[in-house]
Ligand binder design. Structure first.
Ligand SMILES: Nc1ncnc2c1ncn2[C@@H]1O[C@H](COP(=O)(O)OP(=O)(O)OP(=O)(O)O)[C@@H](O)[C@H]1O
Ligand SMILES: [Mg+2]
Length: 402
């Protein structure tokens, strides 16, 4: 793992060095934002590798490499983060990605003021273009179309200069499929179609349609339709806010049908339906009042109160969530760091992420600190080995819901 300021030597180009400007840790990957020490014209780039704790998973490295090759072969599309080529660094594969200056859709969704329906539709149309292109692109070996498998707000980047939407991480989630820590860290279940949870080998385009539907649902309501693994049960999705116009609500509900035969078969059809709304009922959209978006419940937003106060809130929330995210902006960042240091001294595991929120066209720096208990405390009678507890808990949830 590299740190800010480190130089990365590239095996394929002896003498070339890339300097790390920023380190961003995700659910299964790690992203290094880099620039060249002496320029050969690549400019700024994002280098993506498997997280060090996932490299050792059986076959993860090979799958990561295969999926990255497919992503590279997708070629250029304005709404897809371009994967340029792979390099080897300290015997590990890294993908060189187009750098996108901006933030994720997740950050945009929870920024103030809330995004509004018009923006949500505008972003969705761009995601549809990206997915329609990827799903129909001929690939090596006579295969047609690449599935994404992990559409969620974290994997959609928004360029701050012009609001261009770029979908990222095509196929990569496959590298760590079935690994316990992914569900825990990313909470990705909420975006996964029921068939992807229960029978991942059978998924097709319609699974991406489902994940997209959940993402759009969250863009306009601030929450996901099925908490945790509830999609495997038979309850109806959480209701959409009644102010959501009927035509858009029905598009979303068609995307998130449990039975994939009832979903849109492809992204072209979603795009056409959304465009029809844009053209024919824009007054409705303009009149839409979005519900107030709050941070998810495992977030603690650091403000002006004293450090000890936030420390105790985090410790309290730890009882209900496997991971608590401490967030601060601007001049509260230092205070959030002190909260982090205090928690680390109490044995918590921390990951830091920094970036910018775009608030009414202004860039404001933020910090997000993911805090986790460093040891999973086995409950009496539960399986003690670290990692298996999660699998046990899914099995219990599935049993409860089905
Ligand atoms: N091409 C890029 N340009 C600029 N920033 C990027 C790029 N790719 C990723 N990032 C940043 O790096 C962060 C981490 O990305 P990463 O994909 O590793 O994490 P994630 O999407 O949260 O989880 P997962 O590993 O499940 O995909 C993102 O939140 C984003 O802010
Ligand atoms: Mg990602």
């Amino acid at each position: 793992m590299f740190r800010e300021g480190d130089s990365i030597a590239i095996r394929e180009w002896p003498g070339q060095e890339w300097v790390v400007e920023n380190v961003l840790v995700g659910g299964m990957g790690i992203v290094y934002i880099c620039h060249e020490r002496s320029s050969v014209g690549l400019g700024k780039m994002a280098l993506k590798a498997l997280r060090p704790d996932h490299v050792s998973l059986l076959g993860a490295k090979e799958r990561f490499q295969q999926e990255a090759e497919d992503w590279i072969n997708l070629g250029e599309h304005v709404n897809i983060v371009s994967a340029k080529f792979m390099v080897e660094v300290s015997h590990e594969p890294y993908i060189v990605l187009e750098y996108v200056e901006g933030g994720t859709l997740r950050t945009r969704m929870y920024a103030k003021p809330p995004m509004g329906l018009q923006k949500a539709v505008e972003f969705s149309l761009q995601i549809c273009s990206a997915m329609q292109y990827a799903h129909s692109k001929p690939l090596t070996g006579g295969r047609k179309g690449l599935l994404h498998r992990d559409i969620k707000p974290e994997n959609i980047l928004i360029r701050s200069s012009d609001g261009c939407v770029k979908v990222t991480d095509f196929g990569l989630s496959r590298a760590v499929e079935g690994s316990s820590s992914v569900g825990q860290a990313g909470g990705t279940f909420q975006y996964m179609s029921p068939e992807q949870i229960t029978a991942p080998v059978t998924v097709d385009r319609r699974s991406d349609v489902y994940s997209f539907g959940v993402t759009l649902y969250e863009m306009i309501t601030g929450s996901v339709p099925y908490p945790e693994l509830a999609v495997l049960g038979s309850k109806q999705p959480l209701p959409l806010n009644p102010t959501v116009p009927q035509d858009i609500a029905s598009i979303i509900l068609k995307c998130i049908q449990r039975d994939r035969n009832n979903r849109f078969p492809d992204f072209l059809q979603i795009k056409t339906s959304l465009e029809n709304i844009q053209h024919f009922s824009s007054p409705q959209i303009n009149g839409f009042k979005p519900p107030a978006l709050n941070y998810p419940r495992n977030y603690v937003f650091v403000g002006e109160k004293e450090v000890a106060r936030y420390v105790s809130v985090v410790i309290h929330k730890m009882r209900s969530f496997p991971e608590v995210i401490i967030r601060a902006r601007g001049n509260q960042i230092g205070r959030a760091e002190r909260v982090g240091n205090e928690l680390r001294s109490r044995g918590m595991q921390l990951q830091f992420r920094r970036g910018f929120d775009n608030i009414e066209g202004r860039e404001v720096s933020f910090i997000e600190i993911r805090a986790r208990r460093s040891r999973l405390k086995p409950r009496r009678g539960s399986i003690k080995r670290k990692g298996t507890k999660w699998i046990g808990s899914i099995a219990r949830t599935i049993r409860r819901l089905t």
